[in-house]
Design a protein. Sequence first.
Length: 256
Amino acid sequence: MTKILLHKKTCAVLRTVGVILFWILFWWGCAALYAKPAIFPTPIGVFKAFLFMLKDAQMYLSISNSLLHVLSGLLMGSVIGVLFGVLIARFEIAHAFLAPAFSVARSTPVVCFILLAWVFLGSQVLPAFVSAVMVAPVMLSATAGAIREIDPRLKEVATVYRLSLAKRIRAIYLPNVLPAVRISLITCVGLAWKSCVAAEMIAFSNHTVGYGIWFARTAEMDYDTVFAWTIIIVTISILFEKITKAILTPKKRGAQ
């Protein structure tokens, strides 16, 4: 059994390495065909830029600030989405007034929100706000949908036995709503990252990942650094999503 598990893990590692090598070679081939390394850099040029960035304290400050923006926006958007999702599922009048606003937020391109909000908010507050606006509708839909799908018979049983609100929440609502909220929150991690970096780039938020990309692209025309920043963003986003999933996924109890 141990050998089988070890073989599966080895195959998974080799498959991952193979996929990464394939895309690096594909990237290298495209760069060679384009033959303009100043605009389409090679993997070696990007790797050198990445090594240079590792020595710069500015990179770590930028990543820390962007992480703070993402976490703030994710937290605000999740709390707002869950609270308003409960209101919309519980009260028809709340649904009539709030659902259109969240539908507009879900449908409007993120660039439009950035440009509109930039007029009223500072460049340091804007990224977290935009992330929250992108996350809230997703959390609202998940929460309201999960509440509406609760079996009406469970509510009838709670009424018959005159369960208190606290017991109803613990026994009926939480077990049905939490899985949907958990899945949506994991999905929103990547969404929050993308919208946050976009807001940082457009609003010129100093000492952030988005500003680093904008500065490398516009001020220095350094596409090696732009590609390096992009790889860093993707890597952090994947790690952030996996950590969130590991924290939120219930642990399986071993057989007793």
